[in-house]
Design a protein around this ligand. Structure first.
Ligand code: NAD
Ligand code: ZN
Length: 341
């Protein structure tokens, strides 16, 4: 089959011919229809320090997809051939304390599709049936193909009560913009999103945020006064991975504020801890999606009118994958979709 392979330990990604993966008794073989490119795939493409120590070479990469069931193993009973499916990209052990207590998203033995084992940038993918998500076929396939990052946005945004609250999102990447749409949908009062990239700030306007802020030109303290807010924001969603943005956020929080951190900060990122202490701020780290509570919530929100389609800015046929990676690398895109059929 055709697949995008991290073939060599150097920058790049290569189209190759590889065998269709074999499936075991508990597995499902999925025929891939659409995939989308994640920031993680760009790290793998660029072959940065994280990728060099994490990604086995050669390996098929990619983890955001929608497809149909092509075949399944003998122990699998609850999927249908031809059914539209996506899947949780984190494979958990099922044996540890967290897995046994229904908190699989905290499993320390997690393995990632397209990161630690073969991924979905291919004509076929194999995952265990326990990772299958049964899709609502009324939801467009483009949207289903981005359920994985939408899940990151949903898991982060719904970490704290948003109804009537003033929410600050730092980083208007695809996940930050989707989180803004979710915060509005979930009843937040003001939703303010920051970035430095004009393309992304324009894109964020399309999901109905209260205000976009270019932090190279405007101060959050001025925005807080303009909007007539008392003291600052109630909830912060850090989605840039920038220490500067995280510090801006701590300054802009009201006392008792709550912050969810999704953006992956450098390990030596420093903040002024006295502000966290004297403001009584709660900080929570977020990894992946809840299995499968986040998936039910995101499906329900899409079914009840959440529109994340503005974040899908580019679509390419798989043979034009290089263009897709280039536009994603430029930063002047939202989600980029690659069509396999
Ligand atoms: P992205 O890189 O596309 O977007 C990040 C945005 O932050 C960019 O638009 C960038 O211009 C902006 N930014 C940079 N410095 C800024 C600053 N000082 N102030 C405001 N904005 C600034 O990333 P994404 O795909 O949207 O993902 C968001 C973050 O979440 C990334 O850091 C990613 O690595 C991380 N992530 C974490 C998990 C997890 O499980 N914890 C999962 C997926 C993604
Ligand atoms: Zn486990």
């Amino acid at each position: 089959m055709k697949a995008l392979v991290k073939k060599y330990a150097e920058p790049g990604i290569w189209m190759d011919e590889v065998p269709v993966p074999e499936y075991g008794p508990n597995d499902v073989l999925i025929k891939i229809h659409k995939t989308s490119i994640c920031g993680t795939d760009i790290h793998i493409y660029n072959w940065d320090e994280w990728a060099q120590k994490t990604i086995p070479v050669p390996m098929v990469v990619g983890h955001e997809y929608v497809g149909t069931v092509e075949a399944y193993g003998d122990n699998v009973h609850d999927v249908q051939i031809g059914e539209l499916v996506s899947g949780e990209g984190h494979l958990v052990c099922g044996q540890c304390r967290h897995c046994r207590a229904g908190r699989g998203h905290l499993c320390p033995n997690t393995k990632g599709v397209g990161v630690n084992r073969p991924g979905c940038f291919a004509e076929y993918l194999v995952i265990p049936v326990t990772n299958i998500w049964h899709c609502d076929p009324k939801i467009p396939k483009d949207v289903l193909s981005i359920f994985d990052p939408l899940g990151n946005a949903v898991h982060t945004a719904l970490s704290f009560d948003l109804l009537g609250e003033d929410v600050l999102i730092t980083g208007a990447g695809p996940i930050g913009i989707m989180a803004a749409a979710i915060a509005k949908h979930a009843g937040a009062r003001n939703v303010v999103i920051t970035d430095l990239n004009p393309y992304r700030l324009e894109l964020a306007k399309k999901v109905g945020v209260t205000r976009v802020v270019d932090v190279s030109k405007e101060k959050l303290s001025d925005v807080i006064s303009d909007l007539g807010m008392v003291g600052g924001f109630d909830v912060g969603l850090e989605m840039s991975g920038s220490p500067k943005a995280f510090n801006d956020m701590i300054d802009a929080m009201y006392t008792g504020g709550k912050i969810a951190l999704l953006g992956i900060l450098p390990s030596n990122a420093a903040i002024d801890w006295t502000k966290v202490i004297f403001k009584g701020i709660t900080i929570r780290g977020i990894y992946g999606r809840m299995m499968f509570e986040t998936w039910y919530k995101m499906q329900a929100m899409i079914q009840s009118g959440l529109d994340v389609t503005p974040v899908i800015t580019h679509k390419f046929k798989i043979d034009d994958y290089k263009e897709g990676f280039e536009i994603m690398k430029s930063g002047n895109s939202g989600k980029v979709i690659l069509d396999w059929i």
